[in-house]
Structure formats: structure tokens, C-alpha cells
Design a protein around this ligand. Structure first.
Ligand SMILES: [Zn+2]
Length: 280
């Protein structure tokens, strides 16, 4: 059978491009993006290789909520990384995992706290909220809610150079970033440059708020935001109490899972490079 536009020279049978399986096709075909058991198993392997301790924060449901930290104390600027607080955002969870698998050497020498999948029930069931219908990313002022109290206890007294929360957005047409930072300091534009190898930047506003080249930057007015969105999100809590910069990175849910996962990996690569430069 011959393919191609009318009048064109047919390609030889052996060169049909669709017979060649690309990395992306292969990834998409074999992926099990909502398989929490597999995710936790791979995190335990990362922990063994990187000298991290795995702590179970909650073990009431089918899949536990876990956290990781350095087994031995490590000095230097700390990194707080979290994903999967919204269960219908799988690329965030897989991006963090694949990035960690690619960086086990670095994780041995970097002071780090990781929450790899904050809402495992949500990931299994592809739901933003937890099993009781709560948006955990509005509950960082309610320690009695789900794993929030255990997470806050896990980081009690800790200070981080940067806190990163990884997310996805169904309404986005590209990647974007919320950046909570001091006046005069901004990482966002550089970080999105790294991501652009995989995904374009989001164009337009987000929930009525105007972005500057994909970055929504805030240096003040946090109490008002908390009132407007009816609850304390992870990033504002981290910025107010634990981190000099808090970044919330979002990928567009309607794009290829492979691209979205790679975008999270590139974003984290950029953060790590930046933290390394700051630490010198
Ligand atoms: Zn989210």
C-alpha cells in the first residue's frame, strides 16, 4: 500500500516513518501514570541509592503518604520539593520521580526534603481533592487535615533556600510559574527558559491574574490571597515560615504526558543549578 499526497513519489516500504517508535511514543504506550504502588517502589529505590530516609507520614489508606530526607545531616542550602497534592496532576509526580532517579548522586550531598505524592488516593482516582473531598492545597493552616499536620511536623524548624510545589493546570496553554520572593529577586524567567525546550510558556492570564512572560510574581499581599482563595496553600505557608523563595510550577494538562514530565524534570534541573550557584 502506498501513502503520500497525490502525485508525490511514494516512500520506499522500508522507510515508513510511522514504523519507527519514538522515545515519546514508547513512553506513552508503557506508562502507568496513576500506579502509586509502582511510584512508591521506585522512590524506595531512589532512597537506597541516594542515602535518603523514607518516613511514612500516614498509613491509613491503601497507599501511604511518605516523605524523604537525608539520612545523615547535610549542610548547605536546603531544598523542599513536593508533588501530587492534587491527584489529577500526574506529570508533576512522575517528573519529580524521574528527576530524582537521574540525580541520585546529587541527592547524597544536597540538603533535601521531598514529599513525592501528597495525595495518593487522588492520584489513583484521578481527583484533585482527597478521599474526603478536601483540597489539601488550601489546608496548610489546618494541621488536622489529611497529611498536612505530619508534613508541617516533618519540616518543623527547617529553613530552605527554595520550596518547590509541582502542579498541572487543565486551562493552561503552556507552562507557567507562581513565584513568591523578596523584592528585587526573581528566578522565574530563567527557569521557564529551561522548560521551553519541552513546552511553550502559557500565554494570557490565569484566573484573572496577568502573568509576565509566564511568571506570576508576588512579594507581598499574602493574607489577601489566602482570603480570596479560601485557605492557606502550601507555597504561601512555606514562603512565610520556611523558605526564601517559593515556586509553584504548572504544566498544561492537555499536552503530551511525556512532554509534561520532561518539563518538570527540566524545571527541577534549573532549580538545582540555581541553588548550587547560590550556595557558592
Ligand atoms: Zn494543582
Amino acid at each position: 500500500m502506498r501513502f503520500g499526497p497525490p502525485g508525490s513519489t511514494p516512500a520506499p516500504e522500508c522507510e515508513t516513518p510511522w514504523s519507527v517508535e519514538s522515545t515519546e511514543d514508547n513512553y506513552l504506550r508503557n506508562h502507568r501514570s496513576h500506579d502509586v504502588g509502582r511510584i512508591l517502589k521506585r522512590w524506595r529505590a531512589v532512597a537506597r541509592e541516594a542515602g535518603l530516609q523514607v518516613v511514612t507520614l500516614i498509613d491509613e489508606a491503601d497507599d501511604p503518604v511518605i516523605a524523604l530526607r537525608n539520612r545523615k545531616p547535610v549542610t548547605g542550602p536546603g531544598l523542599y520539593l513536593s508533588a501530587g497534592i492534587h491527584g489529577d496532576e500526574p506529570a508533576a509526580v512522575w517528573g519529580l520521580l524521574e528527576w530524582a532517579e537521574e540525580n541520585t548522586d546529587m541527592l547524597q550531598s544536597q540538603s533535601v526534603v521531598i514529599f513525592p505524592c501528597v495525595n495518593p488516593w487522588g492520584l489513583v482516582n484521578n481527583k484533585r481533592e482527597d478521599q474526603e473531598g478536601r483540597d489539601l492545597n488550601r489546608a496548610f493552616d489546618q494541621p488536622e487535615t489529611g497529611p498536612i499536620g505530619a508534613m508541617l511536623e516533618f519540616i518543623r524548624g527547617r529553613e530552605f533556600a527554595v520550596a518547590v510545589s509541582l502542579h498541572e493546570d487543565y486551562d493552561a496553554n503552556g507552562a507557567y510559574l507562581y513565584e513568591l520572593t523578596q523584592r528585587g529577586e526573581s528566578w522565574g524567567d530563567h527557569l521557564l527558559e529551561e522548560v521551553e525546550q519541552e513546552l511553550p510558556r502559557h500565554q494570557g492570564s490565569v484566573e484573572g491574574r496577568r502573568l509576565k512572560n509566564g511568571v506570576l510574581r508576588r512579594t507581598q499581599g499574602f493574607a489577601k490571597i489566602v482570603r480570596q482563595i479560601a485557605g492557606m496553600p502550601e507555597s504561601i505557608c512555606l514562603y512565610l515560615h520556611h523558605a526564601r523563595i517559593a515556586l509553584t510550577f504548572e504544566t498544561p494538562s492537555e499536552f503530551s504526558l511525556y512532554r509534561r514530565v520532561r518539563a518538570h524534570v527540566r524545571f527541577l534541573d534549573g532549580v538545582l543549578r540555581r541553588v548550587g550557584q547560590e550556595g557558592k
